[in-house]
Ligand binder design. Structure first.
Ligand SMILES: [Zn+2]
Ligand SMILES: [Zn+2]
Ligand SMILES: [Zn+2]
Length: 340
């Protein structure tokens, strides 16, 4: 471990090593300013500033990554790596140079593609999580509380800390300053301790399918967005499980929680699959009527029921949308109903 003084010196040296180009240094400054402001908002007693806290923290996190992309863009390319539009130009020496065009910067997906291609290591799952969480907060959680916001603060903290250290070689304590840093670490430590308790309680129950347990572990409260979903009666039978959000107190029974958690877990798979004409991960279970019939595993993740997938009349595979538990495909069902 370095002493603080040594760390500061090392940091100063690292900063001096880099070519100082004004435009990308200002992205760095904006990133740090946003994060500091976001933490001030979070610490404020004014509930209206909590919305501003989410915007600033997420914006600051994204700006840190953009700063890295800007700093890696070759000189004279107008921050090509940062721009959504990149066009080739003759460089006057018989070669071609890719130049960034316009003001629009890359979206999250393009940032991810470019970083991956450049070997810049970022926890993208967590990045997508905070971006989605911020959107949810803007649209669905009108009465935001500091307690509910801890999930987003803790997630942002992990991305910011790791990115500063491993990608920018900066000491987060020094760059962010002690007040911001101690708030972030404090929130993240308490959050982690509570999350671990919740996870242990979730793991104490036999959910029959690991898919269900995984979804429960990642589930965020639909009422407030907190990731602290606890089981009030650990070790109980899954059908008796009593779940509760630690941030807002909303209670959920097993069936409600499992259906919602699986829906959230499959949301992005379903989005891409349906866009390409495929099936969703789950359909309505003919037995228990929850949207938890897993098409790939061929059983319901709540009631465990497995239904006939080949039509008893024509022998064809029954399309997912026609699974009604009758054992016939939609066409044969239709033809048979005409006969009588
Ligand atoms: Zn809640
Ligand atoms: Zn079922
Ligand atoms: Zn049939």
């Amino acid at each position: 471990m370095l002493s603080r003084r040594e760390a500061r010196r090392l940091n100063g040296a690292l900063l001096r090593q880099r070519p100082v180009r004004e435009e990308y240094m200002s992205i760095h400054k904006n990133a740090i300013d946003s994060i500091i402001l976001g933490v001030e908002d979070y610490n404020s007693t004014d509930p209206r500033r909590l919305l501003s806290a989410t915007r600033n923290l997420v914006a600051g996190t994204m700006l840190l990554i953009k700063h890295k992309l800007a700093s890696l863009s070759p000189p004279g390319t107008d921050e090509a790596l940062l721009k959504e539009r990149v066009l080739p130009e003759m460089d006057g020496k018989g070669g071609i140079k890719w130049k960034g065009k316009g003001r629009k910067t890359v979206d999250v997906q393009s940032m991810e593609d470019r970083c991956k291609s450049l070997g810049i290591d970022v926890d993208w799952q967590r990045v997508r999580k905070i971006v989605a969480h911020r959107n949810d907060i803007e649209h669905y959680f009108p009465s935001l509380t500091q307690n509910a916001l801890r999930t987003l603060v803790a997630d942002s903290f992990i991305i910011i800390r790791d990115f500063l250290r491993t990608q920018l070689n900066e000491d987060p304590l020094i760059v962010l300053g002690a007040p911001t840093w101690t708030t972030l670490t404090g929130v993240a430590d308490v959050y982690k301790k509570e999350k671990d308790e919740c996870l242990a309680n979730i793991a104490s129950i036999n959910w029959d399918f690991s898919t269900v347990q995984d979804a429960m572990e990642d589930w965020q409260c639909p009422k407030c967005g907190s990731g602290l979903i606890d089981v009030l009666n650990p070790k109980s039978d899954k059908w008796d499980a009593h779940l509760q959000c630690r941030a807002c107190g909303t209670e959920y029974d097993f069936e409600t929680a499992a259906e919602a958690a699986l829906g959230d877990a499959n949301a992005s798979h379903d989005y891409y699959s349906i866009k390409e004409g495929g099936d969703p991960a789950t359909v309505i279970c003919p037995e228990c009527t929850h949207d938890t019939y897993d098409l790939e595993a061929d059983h319901c993740l709540i009631c465990g029921e497995s239904v006939e997938r080949s039509c008893k009349q024509c022998g064809e595979r029954i399309p997912a949308s026609e699974l009604d538990g009758s054992g016939y495909c939609g066409y044969c069902n239709h033809m048979m109903s005409k006969d009588d």
